[in-house]
Design a protein around this ligand. Structure first.
Ligand code: SAH
Length: 322
């Protein structure tokens, strides 16, 4: 891998073997490809194919031949982890780039794959080198994609996410949580830890609470920066999100969100201090005098900082402040 810098982009050469060719005739056929890796698009291309295979293998899909496929009541069954769970065959890959994951996804007959890629150079590359990708690549921005129009029913999400917008991608996934039973993604290791972290750790935060409310999260493995071209400055990690069985929070969701955001916005303060406006609003609604307010805020939960609270604690706190 060699490269030189040109104004915010790095020109790299990726030596790339297509699995079909290497399997068919036992030779490794090499495509010498020039790609401008664009910093602004978070482009770090994975070059380690065994890692790409592991990421794709982590996506559970309905077994081929089972009843399928694209709606809540027609999803296939999958029992890979001992539990019976349901995953659809529709898959959305975010940011396929040069297709390192896509090539393996396209080989899985159980997958009905679509890809969304913002970079036109990558889109052209995918069309040139993966005939099977025809009609499956959508040029555009995932954050603006009309998911309702693209997918008639449930769909899985997979991708080596552009790290610069991974939080925005997760918030979008949360908006569509009823239709996304599974996400397998590579992100910055620090963000992966934060999302998977239990309460009490320093990195636990807003996204941890929001995602943990709706998804079971597994930290699968860490990937060093040497597996990419150009190598990112940070380590990476692969996580898997599986939609849990929660159908509602059992509390006012807008208030829940606002309480989580407000308290982590001042994470070094106790909840008594960071949530002062929310507590004051409650007191005025209830017509409390200072004595009653003092009694309320002397409850031990208000001594805590937000990182001590799990999803259930935030739900209880929301109910208390409703
Ligand atoms: N999957 C490839 C590329 C990962 S880099 C690999 O593993 O090698 C992230 C990819 O996301 C890049 O191809 C980048 O062009 C694409 N991307 C960045 N922002 C995007 C957006 N908003 N919507 C869709 N794709 C995006």
């Amino acid at each position: 891998m060699s490269g030189h810098k040109v104004k915010g982009s790095t020109t790299i050469f990726i030596i790339f073997a297509t699995p079909a060719e290497s399997e068919e005739d036992g030779r490794i056929s090499r495509i010498n490809m020039e790609v401008r890796a664009k910093k602004a698009l978070g482009q770090h291309f994975l070059t380690d194919r065994s890692i790409a295979e592991s990421i794709v293998a982590a996506l559970r899909l309905p077994e081929k031949g089972s009843d399928v496929i694209d709606g809540n009541d027609t999803a296939g069954e999958c029992t890979t982890d001992g539990k019976t769970s349901r995953f659809p065959s529709q898959v959305l890959e975010i940011g396929p780039g040069t297709g390192v994951l896509s090539q393996y996804l396209l080989q899985r007959p159980e997958a009905d794959l679509k890809m969304i890629e913002i970079d036109t150079e990558s889109v052209d590359y995918l069309h040139r080198h993966f005939p099977a990708a025809a009609g499956r690549v959508i040029p555009g921005d995932f954050l603006k994609l009309d998911l309702d129009r693209l997918f008639p029913g449930d769909f899985n999400v997979i991708g080596n996410f552009p790290y610069n917008i991974s939080s925005q991608i997760f918030f979008r996934i949360l908006d569509f949580r009823e239709r996304i039973p599974q996400v397998v993604c590579m992100i910055q290791k620090e963000v992966a830890e934060r999302i998977a972290e239990k309460p009490g750790s320093k990195t636990y935060g807003i996204l941890s609470v929001f995602l943990q409310a709706w998804f079971d999260i597994e930290y699968l493995f860490t990937v060093g920066s040497g597996a990419f071209a150009p190598p990112p400055k940070v380590q990476s990690a692969v996580i898997r999100l599986t939609r849990n069985s929660r159908t509602n929070l059992g509390c006012d969701e807008a208030l829940f969100r606002s309480i989580v955001k407000t308290s982590f916005g001042q994470r070094r303060k106790t909840l008594r201090n960071s949530l002062k406006p929310v507590i004051a609003a409650k007191a005025s609604r209830e017509g409390w005098d200072a004595g009653r307010l003092g009694e309320f805020t002397s409850e031990p939960v208000f001594d805590l900082r937000p990182e001590r609270l799990g999803v259930e604690d935030f739900i209880a706190l929301t109910e208390k402040l409703s």
